[in-house]
Design a protein. Structure first.
Length: 541
C-alpha cells in the first residue's frame, strides 16, 4: 500500500512553520530509488507535543534492571515514579536452582517516598535508612538504587550513599544516576543501566566454562509474557547452553558469569547494544543480531547462529528443530492467516519491536504501512553503517561513555571464542552479519512511512486517513485507535497475553490478532470517517 504525499502534507499543515520543519525531518516516505533515506531520531520532542516517549528513569528501571529477579531496586524519589514503573511490562520470573522463591522481588515495589521536607533538607539519610531496612527484612544478594528527577535537582549523592551501604552490608549496592530529565527519551536510561551493569556485575564471577559446551547469552530480551522461556526452549533443544539473559528472568549470579559465553545474541538492538559492544571490546566475544519474532525470522536467526558455530552437528540439529516446529505450528498459523491476509497495520512500538513484528505480520499476510519507534536512534532505522555520521549532541553527552579496555586475562579473539580458525571466521563473516544490524528501513515496502517519535495528533490523523485494520502501540497510544473504532494491540506488555516470541509465540500472536479483528464489539463503534456530519442546530435558540 503506497501512501500519497498529499496525506503527509495534510497531516503537517496545521503545524507552525518551525514545528513543521522539525517534524518533516522525522518522517520518511520510502522511495527505493533514493537508496537509504535519512531520518532524524534521538532528538528532543518539540515542547507541547503529546509524545509517547518515556523518561530516562523509565528506561533504566522500568526496562533494563526491573526484570532482574533477585536484585531489589529502590526508587529514590516520589512514590508516583516507583508506582508507574512497577510491574507494568509483565516481566515474568521463576525460581530455580540458583534463585529460590524468597529471592524473587519483581512483585514488590520499593521507594523512599520523598516528601517536601526531604526535597528541602535532602534525602541521603532517608535512603541510607531504607537500604538498612531492606537488607534486614529481605537479605537480597544485591540492591539497585535509581534516581528520579527531584534527586538530581537537589543533588543527593547516590554514589556516596550506595558505596557506604555496600561496605556496611557486604553486598553490591549500585547507583544509577538516571534522573528522568536526562537525555531525550528512555533510551538514555538504557545506556546508563548498561554502563552500571557492565562496570559492576558482568564479568565479576569466577565460573569456568566447560569446553564441550557452546554457551550463548541472550541480550535485550525481557521475558514479557514468557518470551525468553520460549526462546531458551528452542536454543536448548538444539544443544546450546544459555548462560544468562539480559535481563528477563535473570539473576545476579548468572550475569556475573556472562563473560564465559562463546557468542552474544542481541534481540533488542536499541536497549542493549551497548553491553554487546563493550563485551566485545573487553572479552572479544562476538555478537549477532537475531529476531525470534515470526517463523521466517526465527528460521533465519537459528540458521545464522548455527553457521557461526561452524559445527555440522548444530547445523543438522537446527534443521531438525525447525522441521519439527514448523510441522506443529504452520497449520495453526494458516488457519488464522485466512482471516488476516490483505489487512494493514500500523506499528509504533519501542526499540526494535516495530521492526521485529513486521516479520510476524508478514507470516499472516498483513502489511505494515506505517511504522516508527518511540526512542530509536538513526542506526535503528538506517542500519549501523550510519553510526560514524551521527553527530553527538549535548543531550547524548550527558550519558557517560565507559573507557573499555581488553581484559588482560580474559580477552580472546572472536574466532577463539568460537573455537574456529581465523580463516573460517572470516569466511563465516562474509555470509552471516556478525556485529551488524541493517535497521528497519530495508524491510519497509516502497511508499510506506517511517515516523520517529510519532505523537498523538499524527497517529490520530494517519488512522483517520489510512484506516488501518490493526494498530500496534504502547499502553498510552493504543487508546487513540480504539476510540476511533480500530482494534489495537499493546506490544510493550502484550495486553496480558503472550509469549509472542518463538514458534509457540507465533501461534499465540496469530490467534490474538485474528481475535482482535473479528471481535463483535468493534461493530458498535463507528469510526469518525464513517459518521455523517452532525447538525449543530440553531445557535440562536
Amino acid at each position: 500500500m503506497a501512501i500519497n504525499q498529499e496525506v503527509l502534507d495534510e497531516m503537517l499543515l496545521p503545524y507552525p512553520d518551525k514545528v513543521k520543519k522539525n517534524r518533516t525531518k522525522h518522517i520518511v516516505r520510502k522511495n527505493p530509488e533514493e537508496g537509504c533515506q535519512q531520518i532524524e531520531a534521538n532528538t528532543r520532542t518539540v515542547p507541547g507535543i503529546i509524545s509517547q516517549r518515556g523518561c530516562c528513569y523509565a528506561g533504566c528501571k522500568g526496562v533494563v534492571i526491573g526484570p532482574i529477579k533477585d536484585m531489589i531496586t529502590i526508587t529514590h524519589g516520589p512514590v508516583g515514579c516507583a508506582y508507574y514503573s512497577w510491574g507494568t511490562r509483565r516481566n515474568k520470573a521463576r525460581a530455580d536452582d540458583i534463585t529460590p522463591p524468597e529471592h524473587i522481588y519483581g512483585a514488590m515495589c520499593f521507594v523512599t517516598d520523598m516528601q517536601e521536607p526531604d526535597i528541602v533538607f535532602g534525602g541521603e539519610k532517608k535512603l541510607a535508612k531504607m537500604i538498612d531496612e531492606v537488607v534486614e527484612m529481605f537479605h537480597p544478594r544485591a540492591i539497585n538504587v535509581c534516581a528520579t528527577c527531584p534527586i538530581g535537582l537537589i543533588g543527593d549523592d547516590l554514589g556516596a550513599v550506595t558505596k557506604k551501604a555496600s561496605e556496611k552490608h557486604g553486598i553490591p549496592v549500585l547507583a544509577y544516576n538516571c534522573e528522568g530529565y536526562k537525555g531525550v527519551s528512555q533510551s538514555a536510561g538504557h545506556h546508563i543501566a548498561n554502563n552500571v551493569l557492565m562496570e559492576n556485575v558482568i564479568g565479576s564471577g569466577d565460573a569456568e566454562k566447560n569446553p564441550s559446551e557452546f554457551v550463548v547469552n541472550l541480550l535485550g530480551e525481557y521475558n514479557i509474557g514468557g518470551d525468553s522461556w520460549e526462546i531458551e526452549r528452542i536454543l536448548n533443544d538444539i544443544g546450546y547452553r544459555v548462560q544468562g539473559v539480559l535481563t528477563g528472568d535473570s539473576s545476579v549470579e548468572e550475569m556475573k558469569n556472562m563473560h564465559i559465553a562463546n557468542l552474544n545474541l542481541v534481540m533488542c538492538h536499541r536497549s542493549i547494544n551497548y553491553i554487546a559492544e563493550m563485551m566485545e571490546e573487553k572479552y572479544g566475544i562476538p555478537w549477532l543480531k537475531i529476531n525470534f519474532i515470526g517463523v521466517e525470522a526465527i528460521k533465519k536467526s537459528l540458521r545464522d547462529i548455527a553457521q557461526v558455530t561452524g559445527d555440522e552437528t548444530f547445523i543438522r540439529k537446527t534443521e531438525e528443530v525447525i522441521a519439527r516446529e514448523e510441522a506443529r505450528v504452520l497449520p495453526v498459523i494458516e488457519h488464522f492467516r485466512k482471516i488476516c491476509t490483505g489487512k494493514t497495520a500500523f506499528a509504533f512500538v519501542g526499540g526494535s519491536r516495530s521492526h521485529h513484528y513486521q516479520y510476524l505480520l508478514r507470516d499472516l499476510g498483513m502489511e505494515v504501512v506505517v511504522a516508527g519507534y518511540e526512542f530509536a536512534h538513526r542506526d535503528d532505522y538506517e542500519g549501523r553503517q550510519v553510526i560514524p555520521t551521527i553527530k553527538t549532541d549535548a543531550d547524548s553527552k550527558n550519558i557517560p561513555e565507559l573507557d573499555i579496555k581488553p581484559d588482560p586475562e580474559l580477552y580472546k579473539e572472536a574466532h577463539e571464542h568460537l573455537n574456529i580458525t581465523k580463516e573460517k571466521f572470516d569466511e563465516i563473516c562474509s555470509r552471516v552479519p556478525l556485529g551488524n544490524y541493517e535497521g528497519m528501513y530495508p524491510d519497509m515496502n516502497g511508499g510506506t512511512l517511517m515516523i520517529d517519535d510519532c505523537n498523538h495528533y499524527e497517529a490520530e490523523q494517519l488512522v483517520k486517513d489510512l484506516k488501518p485494520d490493526l494498530f500496534f502501540a504502547g499502553v498510552r497510544d493504543k487508546y487513540i485507535a480504539q476510540k476511533m473504532g480500530v482494534p489495537a494491540k499493546q506490544l510493550h506488555s502484550y495486553d496480558y497475553s503472550g509469549p509472542y516470541a518463538g514458534f509457540n509465540g507465533a501461534m499465540n500472536f496469530a490467534r490474538d490478532v485474528a481475535n482482535a479483528m473479528t471481535t463483535p464489539a468493534w461493530k458498535f463503534i463507528t469510526p469518525p470517517w464513517e459518521k455523517e456530519s452532525e447538525n449543530t442546530g440553531d445557535t440562536n435558540a
